[in-house]
Design a binder for this molecule. Structure first.
Ligand code: UDX
Length: 455
């Protein structure tokens, strides 16, 4: 919405949320308090706030004044009831539709922005239609429902929104499609705006995420094979990525994909296939998730194995807790399950991340339980890497933050207990950076070697 406001000065954009604290933070004069950290976002908020970009909890008034309403609520995986563990929970979509049905006036275009299962627009339409019927034949209310899913990735959101590969508008009401298209055309070339039917638009979003996740699981599967055979996954990636049919993006082997979308959307896709009795298709996509889970497990297992089969009471440093760099988001981060496994094995973790806060980690892993005598391991937040590396047995790099490329390994390795280890699950550290250290170096997708024997 900040990008829309910035590109369309003549359009008034109002963000509504029931959560007062969140809205207060969006209105906070101190821009570091904005609820979302995203490169370039605070600048846009600063320029446009209270000009044509407003944040309010006044849902009723804002809906009644709106011509176009974007539903951008969360659709998490259901944790109980029918479809638990797979289906998306649409309760926020439903309640948004009911609220819109109640307060909207005149002709209103509803745009589904949230990622939703195919045919969710049907649900929204049904609710809106019943409200019009209830108001009787003289009702002034008229609704059109469009789907326009969002393809931005965190960390590059503003760039992705400003210059998208494509924008989708799914629907069957030509007037509504034209209105939304005109809005996008303020900054997006018309040939990048694809008009489809509603269901294709909804399914394209799930399919895009399923394909991207599948690429990562494919290369992660190959990373394990590389480690066994003496191939280097980065060389394989370069070789296959040069084939224009394959392309070189989204082929970085790592500790498994995280983030709020891939797993959720795959589960959604699997649920949908099972619902339509397409079990083979469901099983196919489920394998992508299984490889992802396996990749995380195999990393924690190999760390334990390399450290003489036990990490109990050992001091391990975790570099990075966010699900990828340039975000403070930890949702489904591979670091979570790897850290949990190591703690369960008795390790004492020191977790460092340039953007994730201690309280955020505590909410996920439980309170800081730095009790050195406990059989169960512990974790604590690391603010001073050099200090914390003292007497540590291993460093495990889990997020590809640029800061970690600047670490002085020679200095750090001298502080560690011998034999000391570096596990690079993102494959960003080069062997040459470790000259002068005696670190044992494991890098994803490459056969293990000991640095001082190889350099
Ligand atoms: C994703 C989609 O990219 C985006 O289009 C959609 O709208 C939302 O979901 P996001 O979750 O923000 O975006 O992050 P993305 O950059 O796609 O990364 C997802 C996960 O895959 C991260 O954990 C990342 O580290 C991992 N990843 C990505 C890899 O392991 N290797 C890669 O080559 C790329």
């Amino acid at each position: 919405m900040a990008v829309i406001a910035n590109n369309c000065p003549d359009i008034r954009v109002t963000l509504v949320d029931l959560n007062e604290e969140r809205i207060n933070n969006w209105n906070n004069a101190d821009l570091s308090k904005l609820p979302v950290y995203e490169n370039g976002l605070s600048d846009l908020v600063k320029i446009n706030r209270n000009k044509n970009l407003f944040f309010t909890t006044n849902v009723q008034k804002s809906i009644s004044e709106a011509d176009i309403i974007f539903i951008s609520v969360n659709t998490p995986t259901k944790i109980k009831g029918v479809g638990a563990g797979y289906a998306s929970d649409l309760k926020w979509i439903e309640s948004s539709a009911r609220t819109i049905a109640k307060y909207a006036k005149g002709q209103t275009i509803i745009v589904e922005k949230s990622t939703v299962p195919v045919r969710t627009a049907e649900l929204i339409r049904t609710i809106l239609k019943s409200s019009v019927e209830k108001s009787g034949q003289y009702s002034s209310k008229k609704f059109s429902v469009l789907s326009s899913p969002e393809f931005l990735a965190e960390g590059t959101a503003i760039k992705d929104l400003q210059n998208p590969d494509r924008v989708l508008i799914g629907g069957d009401d030509n007037y509504a499609i034209e209105q939304l298209s005109l809005l996008y055309q303020k900054w997006i070339p018309k040939n990048k705006i694809f008009v489809t039917n509603l269901w294709s638009s909804e399914l394209s979003k799930l399919t895009a995420n399923a394909f991207l996740a599948q690429r990562i699981s494919s290369i992660n599967a190959i990373s394990a094979l590389c480690e066994e055979t003496g191939a280097d996954v980065r060389e394989v990636t370069k070789a296959i990525g040069a084939d224009t049919r394959i392309g070189n993006k989204f082929l970085n082997a790592g500790p498994g994909f995280g983030g709020s979308c891939f797993q959720k959307d795959l589960l959604n896709m699997i649920y949908l296939c099972r619902y339509y009795k397409l079990d083979e298709v469901a099983n196919y996509w489920e394998e992508v998730l299984k490889i992802n889970k396996w990749q995380k497990k195999r990393i924690s297992k190999l760390i334990v194995e390399k450290l003489f089969g036990t990490v109990a009471t050992k001091k391990l440093i975790i570099l990075g807790f966010a699900f990828k760099s340039n975000t403070n988001d930890t949702r489904e981060s591979p670091a979570i399950s790897i850290a949990r496994d190591l703690i369960e094995n008795g390790a004492n973790l020191y977790i460092h991340d340039p953007k994730v806060s201690e309280s955020q980690i505590a909410m996920i892993l439980g309170g800081d339980n730095a009790d050195k005598d406990s059989a169960e391991g512990s974790w604590q937040f690391s603010e001073d890497l050099e200090k914390d590396c003292k007497n540590s047995d291993a460093i495990i790099l889990l997020t590809e933050w640029e800061d970690y490329l600047k670490v002085n390994w020679e200095k750090i390795s001298k502080l560690m207990r011998k034999p000391s280890w570096l596990f690079d699950t993102r494959g960003i550290i080069n062997q040459e950076d470790l000259v002068g250290t005696d670190l044992n170096f494991w890098k994803i997708g490459k056969s293990f070697f000991k640095t001082n024997e190889n350099i």
